[in-house]
Design a protein around this ligand. Sequence first.
Ligand SMILES: Cc1cc2nc3c(=O)[nH]c(=O)nc-3n(C[C@H](O)[C@H](O)[C@H](O)COP(=O)(O)OP(=O)(O)OC[C@H]3O[C@@H](n4cnc5c(N)ncnc54)[C@H](O)[C@@H]3O)c2cc1C
Length: 305
Amino acid sequence: MHDVLIIGAGSAGLSAALWCDELGLDTLVLEQAEQVGGQLLSIYGPVKNYPGVHANNGRELLERFSESIYEAEFDLWTNVEIESVDLKAKRVALRSGEELQSISIIIATGVRRRNLGIPGEKDFVANGVIESASRDRNEFAGKDVCVIGGGDAAVENALLLADVCPTVTLVHRGKNLRARPTFRQQLQAQRCITVFPESVVTRILGGDKVEAVEILRKDALKPFQMAVQGVVIRIGVEPNIELFREQLELDDDGYPLVTNQQETSVANVFAIGDVSNPVAPTISGATGAGATAAKVIATRLNMRR
Ligand SMILES: Cc1cc2nc3c(=O)[nH]c(=O)nc-3n(C[C@H](O)[C@H](O)[C@H](O)COP(=O)(O)OP(=O)(O)OC[C@H]3O[C@@H](n4cnc5c(N)ncnc54)[C@H](O)[C@@H]3O)c2cc1C
């Protein structure tokens, strides 16, 4: 019987584990990936907004996190496949057949990028569908590209590519861009970026590699094709809650509802980090929520013992 089972070892899960360890709780962290870090592993640009640390990329920040983790004594299992979770009973069944029991559970499973679900999207992964403009822009220098989405991530990727690509076409569904004002201003100053509002990409086309996208503009009867060699898809994220969806109260966007103590609708089950923070998903938010959940759990357990 553990005091706490933490599912997910990104910024939120690792912070919660450090705090649980410091507060003397018997803690086991379960991570499905081979490596801890979650989204930190996909940040290829500098992280300038985590107080006290200037990291050149997410991996560098993770190295700093790891220095604290090596000193802590919580258990961490990676490459774990969870078969099912009974939140009320606080029981976790692993695909390996093992069953784990705990007094409390912290869900720290983060988010994943939303897919468009259009033809070609999966076929050209690593062959023109760009994973990250910061990481891959040298590869796409001199090529025409299309960025899909209207939020911060889409516009940031368009701006990064505009430094090296002759044309960048930004296609988004809404009337107005949702990106922050500074990004929108920079966008206006970039002559090589063309914005298609109220438009959708309906297909990604090509042979071995991306050769074109098919764009449908609002009010147009037919889509048209545009030659591009690269596509970036940034249409938002969705929470990783498949294991728990039926057991939790969710908001309209499918995020678990939590109290100001990070507790979900099931007693002694907490959700922290991006999985429960659609409004302001950040590293500092994730680590702060981890501390909150750990402290609440420790206080409750101390009162029982
Ligand atoms: C490109 C990019 C740039 C960013 N830049 C910044 C920035 O400059 N500043 C900032 O503050 N934030 C930034 N962010 C956001 C920041 O990275 C996230 O807010 C933060 O990392 C979220 O941490 P998390 O632990 O909640 O989730 P995640 O990092 O998503 O971690 C979740 C973990 O849970 C694991 N998991 C999921 N499902 C299961 C399961 N069923 N079983 C076991 N494990 C599971 C995942 O493998 C993962 O390791 C950026 C994000 C990206 C993608």
